[in-house]
Write a protein that binds this ligand. Structure first.
Ligand code: ZN
Length: 140
């Protein structure tokens, strides 16, 4: 069995945003030389997500609004007990929890084996600093 590991570095200038990372993952699959296997893609941070959905800007606006409704940004330790640590990102941990940590995509014939509209996104909820995404590909 072969394996391949790569780190993608991101720096999102806003607090929350969604970035399509599909082409970087596809390039990692190509570099791995793996034809049949699995690709794991995960955020290495607890305030950001990796998820699969449609690359449609309206949907991303809907996500942002929905997440802000579920877990509004609020630096107050009265609102989020987590902010008692001196951090202000209690909301970001909640947003990440609901959008997930990782995705696993089948690799078939050397390509990501997606459904028609599936794309891989990085979801940032506490941006303006350097973040990392891990790609791990295993197979033959
Ligand atoms: Zn925190």
């Amino acid at each position: 069995m072969k394996s391949y590991r790569e780190i993608i570095e991101l720096h999102i200038p806003s607090r929350m945003d969604f970035v399509n990372i599909t082409s970087q993952v596809a390039e990692a699959v190509r570099k791995s030389g793996i034809k049949e296997g699995l690709a794991l893609v995960n955020s290495m941070h607890i305030t950001s997500s990796v998820f699969i959905n449609d690359d449609e800007s309206g949907l991303h606006q809907d996500y942002a609004r929905w997440l802000e409704k579920l877990a509004p940004y609020n630096a107050s330790p009265q609102v989020y007990a987590h902010n008692r640590t001196g951090e202000d990102n209690g909301d970001a941990h909640h947003k990440r929890q609901i959008m997930g940590r990782e995705v696993v995509v089948a690799v078939t014939d050397g390509k990501l084996d997606f459904g028609t509209w599936e794309q891989i996104f990085y979801g940032e909820f506490d941006g303006r600093r350097n973040k990392r995404v891990l790609i791990k590909i295993i197979g033959e």
